[in-house]
Design a protein around this ligand. Structure first.
Ligand code: SAM
Length: 286
């Protein structure tokens, strides 16, 4: 396990992922009934933007750094507010010192009846995560293979909620594992919302992944694509993707506001774009 999220925390891919995640959590809060979020690849939960790792890549400056003093339309600002509230305050000089990972974004949005299960396999990372949420009875941190959690932890006893699957994509076959993991999870808990992150880097692999999902026999699958560059000649993270299974009925309308607003800020090259497609269900074309 060589992947270290500290190099990438707060980059454009995190911004899109966490902004969508926040919309999903806000939707679940529309009913009083408790829900659970299960984060299968949780990371350390809080990233120091002054660290050597963050400084080495500076990726956060092209991500959350661009949102800090940006102006949005009133509708986009309202949709981004929960995410930006979860990110937290800048200091007196307008700088952000820390960026929250997915478990902390979620935790900052939970109500008192809601719960978070955060799963992480890296022994040092899981320790940091345990320290971050020490004595927080709403959060359970578990050292476990996230792919196993997709079976063992589902369905949660609340029977409402969301599963975030955000693997590091450092091994061959991660796209296939995502499809198989989702199929397994969906069989155990067909009513859950699932959000799966994926990189837009190897276009052939992405096309194969989308097709495999379309053929997976899962009724409602939305695919979000967000590219900041046109395809690079060398493999490079040109974009970020997110699959949402059982998306809230509000999500499509919200993303049609949110994604162009974020793209206007985060795109690096003209000719790059964003997309929102149904791979299964609703308004699949073709
Ligand atoms: N979800 C986090 C966020 O948005 O802030 C970032 C997660 S990072 C992309 C992937 C994480 O998965 C890393 O912290 C890595 O240590 C962890 N990891 C790698 N393999 C794992 C596995 N099989 N089960 C659980 N965690 C794993």
């Amino acid at each position: 396990m060589n992947y270290r999220h500290a190099y990438h925390a707060g980059n454009f891919a995190d911004v899109v992922k966490h902004a969508v995640l926040a919309r999903l959590v806000e939707y679940l809060k529309q009913k009083d009934k408790a829900f659970r979020v299960i984060d299968t690849h949780a990371g350390i939960g809080l990233y120091d933007l002054g660290s050597e790792e963050a400084g080495k890549t500076g990726e956060w400056r092209g991500g959350i750094g661009r949102l800090l003093d940006a102006t949005f339309s009133p509708e986009a600002a309202a949709l981004l507010k929960p995410y930006l509230d979860a990110v937290g305050e800048t200091d007196a000089s307008g700088e952000l010192s820390f960026y929250p990972g997915s478990p902390l974004v979620v935790r900052r949005l939970l109500r008192k009846q809601d719960r978070l299960s955060a799963i992480e396999l890296h022994p040092q990372d899981v320790q940091l995560l345990k320290e971050l949420f020490a004595e927080d009875f709403q959060v359970r941190v578990t050292e476990l293979d996230g792919w196993l959690a997709l079976g063992a932890h589902l369905p949660p006893k609340e029977k409402r909620g969301l599963v975030l699957v955000d693997p590091p994509f450092e091994k061959e076959g991660e796209f296939l594992r995502l499809v198989e993991g989702l199929q397994r999870a969906h069989r155990r808990w067909p009513g859950g919302i699932y959000a799966l992150w994926y990189p837009i880097k190897d276009r052939k692999a992405v096309a194969g992944f989308r097709q495999a999902l379309a053929d997976a026999g899962i009724p409602k699958i939305m695919d979000i694509g967000f590219e900041i560059r046109r395809p690079s000649s060398e493999p490079r993270l040109d974009g970020t993707g997110m699959i949402v299974v059982n998306p809230p009925y509000t999500l499509e309308r919200e993303l049609n506001v949110l994604l162009p607003a974020l793209h206007a800020l985060l795109a690096e090259e003209k000719g790059s774009g964003w997309s929102l497609e149904w791979l299964a269900g609703e308004t699949v074309s073709g």
